[in-house]
Design a protein around this ligand. Structure first.
Ligand code: NDP
Ligand code: HSE
Length: 430
């Protein structure tokens, strides 16, 4: 058996504590799998006195996680603190500068600095691994990078945020409020330290930007991700979606178009007969499509201590074996810079819900706006009948260009009989 691998764990919260616990609980089998013993040699967190339910008595404590990253007794630095900048970035820089392997679950860090960190790591001859950053327990990066290496992928998409999927699932299943389900997701350790990152789609956008960079051999373009979260998804729309044969899911979708790289995160109506419609709770799913494979569908828990620790430890094992592929499948210098495909050019069907005063001529006025923008209505239903009162009008369209849809909704909002801003949810062909 060769020399032990000395691990420094920076951050002992939901994920960090479970990584330490699992490394200890599965010590023997992990050593057999990678051919050498794994040892947690050093740890760091904010509060040294906090009870964490793990035994860290054999590890050296560091008040400064950056010092831990540079310490001689650490071979691989495992960053489980979080945040795009600040201490997480300092740890990454310190580890790479020292030529050490860096393992992280930090999607914000990688979405913002992943290309630069990969370049620096390659120069330093250091491994950079972030399997846990995308889709928790699903080994999706390894599958795209290695298992699907023979393919030119055409589209990658999926359910990438466990907290949002949990909220949408529970709202539909139990009728509970958005806020109540979000609090539960926070209590269970699924949500980010800043939960607006989850519900505003930012976390899914971080993950999509990483996936797209890997799938399409491109420098990460987080700023190029069109991002819309789930705050405006109401129980009313969840109900109408059901009636129309859809479920609402927050999806991240990336593909190459004639305009460049399309990356978008937003709530989607997906048909009940597609696999993603039935991925519920904290489960995530990622679909990769390409001419050779047709499609590969991966599903698993996307958030929480166990699934995330599983992915972190898989990276540690790769480091221990010394078999780490280039983070984005090709050397960082070969990554392309792709223009962002504008959202205004997106083409697809739409669901629109309007609140209107129930009186003759209103539907004609709405239809006229769609006609003037050359947008084709597939179905239009007035929900309820209450002369002189406000009722819902729900319509779906055939394929439309987003720019025209936005102009139509702006015009409809100005109609005198329309009492609230229109609700628009894109319908996704999967
Ligand atoms: P937590 O908030 O539970 O844990 C964060 C840990 O970092 C805590 O132990 C905290 O210390 C420590 N910490 C904070 N600031 C510092 C600092 N300056 N120096 C040293 N330690 C510090 O976060 P999670 O475990 O949930 O998430 C960790 C990372 O994993 C994040 O990047 C997150 O995005 C990612 N991730 C999380 C998933 C999840 O389901 N939770 C899933 C996939 C990825 P203390 O305990 O003393 O306060
Ligand atoms: N907050 C994230 C989620 C954790 O809910 O998906 C997993 O990355």
């Amino acid at each position: 058996v060769s020399a032990r691998l000395r691990i420094g764990v920076a951050g002992l919260g939901t994920v960090g504590a479970e990584v330490v616990r699992l490394l200890e609980a599965e010590r023997d089998v992990l050593a057999r799998r990678c051919g050498r013993p794994l040892e947690v040699a050093a740890v760091s967190a904010r509060d040294r006195t906090r009870e964490r339910g793990i035994d860290i008595s054999g590890a050296r404590w560091y008040d400064s996680a950056v010092d831990l990253a540079a310490a001689d007794e650490v071979d691989v630095v495992v960053e489980l603190i979080g945040g795009a900048d600040g201490v997480a970035l300092d740890i990454a820089d310190a580890a790479i500068t020292a030529g050490k392997a860096l393992v992280t679950a930090n999607k914000a860090l990688i979405a913002h600095h992943g290309t630069a960190l990969t370049e620096a790591a390659e120069k330093a001859g250091a491994a950079l691994c972030f399997e846990a950053a995308v889709a928790g327990g699903i080994p999706v990066l390894k599958v795209l990078r290695e298992g699907l290496a023979a393919n030119r992928l055409t589209r990658v998409y999926g359910i990438l945020n466990g907290t949002c999927n949990y909220i949408l699932t529970e709202m539909e299943r139990t009728g509970r409020s958005f806020d109540a389900v979000l609090r539960e997701a926070q209590d269970k350790g699924y949500a980010e330290a800043e939960p607006s990152f989850d519900i505003d789609g930012v976390d899914a956008a971080h993950k999509l930007a990483i996936l797209a960079g890997l799938a399409f051999g491109a420098r990460i373009d987080f700023a190029g991700v069109y991002t819309q979260g789930v705050r405006h998804v109401s129980a009313v729309d969840i109900g109408y979606a059901r009636d129309l044969g859809f479920r609402i899911k927050l999806l991240g979708i990336a593909r190459l178009t004639e305009h460049g790289l399309e990356q978008r995160v937003h709530p989607c109506m997906v048909r009940l007969d597609t696999p993603l419609a039935h991925v519920d709770g904290t489960f995530n799913a990622v679909v990769a499509e390409g001419p050779a494979i047709d499609r590969v569908v991966l599903e698993g828990r996307g958030a929480g201590a166990g699934p995330t620790a599983s992915a972190v430890i898989a990276d540690i094992l790769d480091v221990a074996r010394g078999v780490v592929a280039p983070a984005f499948a090709v050397p960082a210098g070969d990554l392309a810079t792709l223009p962002a495909s504008p959202m205004e050019r997106h083409v697809g069907p739409y669901y629109v819900r309007l609140s209107v005063v129930d009186r003759p001529g209103v539907i004609a006025d709405i239809s006229a706006v769609f006609r003037d923008e050359n947008l084709s209505i597939e179905s239009l239903i007035q929900r309820g009948r209450a002369p002189g009162e406000v009722v819902s009008v729900v319509l779906t369209t055939h394929d439309c260009e987003e720019a025209g849809m936005r102009r139509a909704l702006a015009a409809i909002e100005k109609l005198e009989a329309v009492t609230e801003p229109p609700v628009m949810i894109r319908i996704e062909h999967l």
